[in-house]
Ligand binder design. Structure first.
Ligand code: SF4
Length: 454
């Protein structure tokens, strides 16, 4: 079967597997604070470690990008900054008082959004001082990173965050073509990106990432070639090349700013990725997982070589911790044994924290089978290989093998004894392969839960 026919056959709605089970199949819709904290205790006992990762969700943006799939709040009112930062600090203090009792080591912190650079540098530093109880952090001991909007990231942001210990930033770019930028309502010039990129480089940031998107409305091969050429003028250490996830039925009006007829069709969309990939590889980038690229010196490429790459709600990461605490409105936490999501509006999030409660409102406690399948899916997403020998339930194992058989006969997966591996040709279909492991997908009553896999 040629590539075009394979794409047509397998381009079906499916999860991106930043978690397993995926959010629509979580079972604890009324997860209590104590149930959630119990899974953190279980984590600390099981792994005998006090290390953790922190994800901080900073949800405000001044204007709406019409391709956006994030939890955000659009506002030009900057009076929201101070109470929101106060609440984040309070939320962290609740965790510390109830679980950690000052016995923790933050190995990784990421500011995501929304637009973290919506906040003034001073508010961000106040947050960091509140979390770490210090004025700076040794970047060797904790990897600090933030998402930066080229349109509002100032020299002061770069400077103050660098002095605190940040060495990584990712610049949200998407595409350099003006017509596409208008369609997605995200206007920024190459000069703006260049200015922030070069200032960060000069200051000493060691890992600069550019976030691009393929499959955007009106995007053609010519556009992706142009965007990659512009990107290569700056040679960022990492590039994320995300697939545009078209899910307007989930994300509401934000994704209705253009017509569906403007979107590249299945095979055209995959050609955009493959074209970009060829160019990036020719320029020395290494493909990491499904949608990342890194230069050989970058820790992400080193983690791939050393087989220590990890994937969590923040995407691919080099810092393996078994505990991720997400702070902020809608943030998701992961204790390996459970997932929990915070209240989804700014108001309810602030109200719950201010009443002295950790603001989780739903989640999932993983079963024994969930934990094994979770590990298999993580291995496949990070290393394109997994061993199914730990799946002790023979009927579950047999069903996975049966479900994989079609992909196997199409040459997209190899099963040898208990090892399932993905050959080069199968990499674009890795989400479909993971779907064969997913024990919850059969519960679907609608196909409208996810974007398409390819
Ligand atoms: S893409 Fe980023 S900046 Fe644009 S609306 Fe979404 S969160 Fe805000």
């Amino acid at each position: 079967m040629n590539n075009g026919s394979l794409i047509e056959k397998y381009n079906v709605p499916g999860p991106r597997y930043t978690s397993y089970p995926t959010v629509p199949f979580w079972k604890n819709n009324d997860l209590s604070e104590s149930q959630w904290l119990e899974t953190i205790h279980q984590n600390r006992m099981a792994f005998n470690s006090n290390e953790l990762s922190l994800y901080i969700h900073l949800p405000f943006c001044e204007s709406l990008c019409t391709f956006c799939g994030c939890h955000k709040r659009i506002t030009k009112n900057h009076n929201v900054e101070e109470p929101y930062i106060d609440t984040l600090i309070k939320e962290w203090n609740l965790y510390n008082e109830q679980v950690f009792h000052d016995d923790y080591r933050i190995k990784e912190l990421h500011f995501g959004g929304g637009t973290p650079t919506f906040f003034t540098p001073d508010e961000l530093i106040r947050l960091l001082q509140g979390l770490f109880k210090t004025d700076s952090i040794d970047p060797e001991k904790c990897e600090l990173s933030f998402e930066a909007h080229p349109g509002n990231t100032s020299i002061e942001h770069l400077d103050k965050l660098y002095r605190f210990g940040f060495r990584r930033l990712s610049l949200g770019i998407q595409d350099y073509n003006e017509e596409i930028q208008k369609a997605i309502h995200r206007i920024q010039s190459f000069e703006q990106v260049k200015e922030v990129h070069e200032a960060a480089r000069k200051m000493g940031y060691t890992s600069i990432s550019h976030d691009l998107v393929f499959g955007l409305p009106k995007q053609t091969l010519e556009h992706i070639n142009f965007t990659i050429d512009q990107t290569l003028r700056l040679m960022p250490d990492r590039i994320s090349l995300y697939s545009y996830a078209h899910v307007p039925w989930i994300k509401g009006v934000g994704q209705r700013g253009f017509s569906e007829a403007d979107l590249p069709k299945d095979e055209e969309k995959r050609a955009l990725y493959e074209t970009a990939k060829l160019k990036l590889e020719a320029a020395g980038y290494i493909e990491i997982g499904m949608d990342h690229f890194a230069l050989a010196h970058d820790p992400l490429a080193i983690a791939l070589r050393n087989k220590t790459l990890h994937r969590n709600f923040m995407g691919y990461t080099t810092q393996y911790t078994d505990l991720l605490i997400g702070l902020g409105m809608s943030a998701i936490s992961d204790s390996w044994f459970g997932f929990a999501q915070n209240d989804k509006t700014v108001e309810s999030y602030q109200e719950t924290v201010n009443s002295g409660k950790i603001p989780v409102f739903r989640g999932h406690i993983l079963t024994k089978t969930d934990l094994i399948i979770r590990k298999c899916i993580l291995d496949l997403m990070c290393h394109f290989e997994t061993n199914i020998n730990e799946i002790s339930d023979d009927s579950v194992k047999q069903k996975i093998i049966d479900d994989l058989s079609e992909l196997e006969s199409d040459g997209l997966v190899i099963i040898s004894k208990d090892v399932v591996s993905v050959p080069e040709r199968g990499i674009p279909f890795v989400r479909n392969i993971c779907m064969c492991f997913d024990q919850y997908l059969s519960e679907r009553t609608t196909t409208n839960l996810f974007s398409k896999t390819i």
